[in-house]
Ligand binder design. Structure first.
Ligand SMILES: [Zn+2]
Ligand SMILES: [Zn+2]
Length: 240
């Protein structure tokens, strides 16, 4: 709900993440945890002969779960600048929440607010993905990908080198399910890294032309990873 305060419309009881979708988020975390426990206590215990490699995989799994919480709990970049009805303003306002519309600011119908650099509303993470939490999403898909790829490599190595013929079906089944999971994950890893290198949001990525200049890519990555400290947005958020 919106609340009139001075000449500003501000959001009352703003909560991080979408409260009604929170069970979905917890379900995703629990499901991923179960998958990782299976990987660690069944697959790694059985097939990983290099103890340090298991530690590396577990580290990436922990980073992946940590990123999930960061995505959900980081304020996505909600557009807080609003204007009252009696004040003259000739810019664009959002019809639904009366936030000032700037470029790349879109209204999320599930959370009922406008978000800067809006990507999409993510149901599994129960939050909008926008300017300030997109980098944690990049971390999430990357860490999950690395943890699963390393495990896949161990299993493929076992398939071709091991002499345990009895467990062949078990290894093959696990490889197939890992490959299927990664097939779903790969497009996310690819598009998130590519969009960050070009400073595109999801809505722009089909229209814009790719610029491969290393300096341009470096500049965009630098901006992408320091966005969290965007002082104006942070000040807006802290004000309420
Ligand atoms: Zn809006
Ligand atoms: Zn949303």
């Amino acid at each position: 709900m919106l609340n009139y305060k001075g000449n500003l419309w501000v959001r009352k009881n703003y909560v991080l993440g979408n409260r009604t979708q929170y069970p979905l988020f917890l379900g995703t975390v629990a499901g991923t945890l179960l998958l990782y426990l299976y990987c660690d206590f069944v697959l790694l215990q059985k097939y990983c002969e290099i103890p340090n490699l298991s530690k590396v995989i577990v580290t990436f799994q922990i980073l992946s779960i940590y990123s999930m919480f960061r995505v959900n709990m980081t304020e996505p970049g909600v557009q807080m600048q609003t204007i009252s009805e009696d004040k003259y303003f000739d810019g664009k306002l959002c019809e639904k929440c009366r936030a000032i519309k700037i470029d790349r600011c879109y209204h999320c119908k599930f959370c009922d607010h406008c978000v800067n650099d809006f990507e999409a509303h993510c149901f599994l993470m129960a939050t909008c993905i926008g300017r300030r939490n997109i980098k944690y999403l990049l971390g999430l898909v990357t860490f999950t990908g690395i943890a699963l790829y390393l495990l896949l490599l161990i299993l493929i190595y076992k398939l071709f080198v091991s002499d345990c013929k009895k467990e062949l079906t078990f290894i093959i089944l696990n490889i197939v399910s890992l490959v299927l999971t990664l097939v779903h994950l790969n497009p996310f890893i690819y598009t998130t890294w590519r969009n960050a290198s070009q400073n595109w949001t999801k809505k722009e990525m089909n229209r814009a032309k790719f610029n491969g200049s290393p300096y341009y890519i470096y500049k965009n990555y630098k901006q992408f990873f320091t966005r969290f400290y965007d002082s104006q947005l942070y000040a807006n958020f802290m004000q309420y």
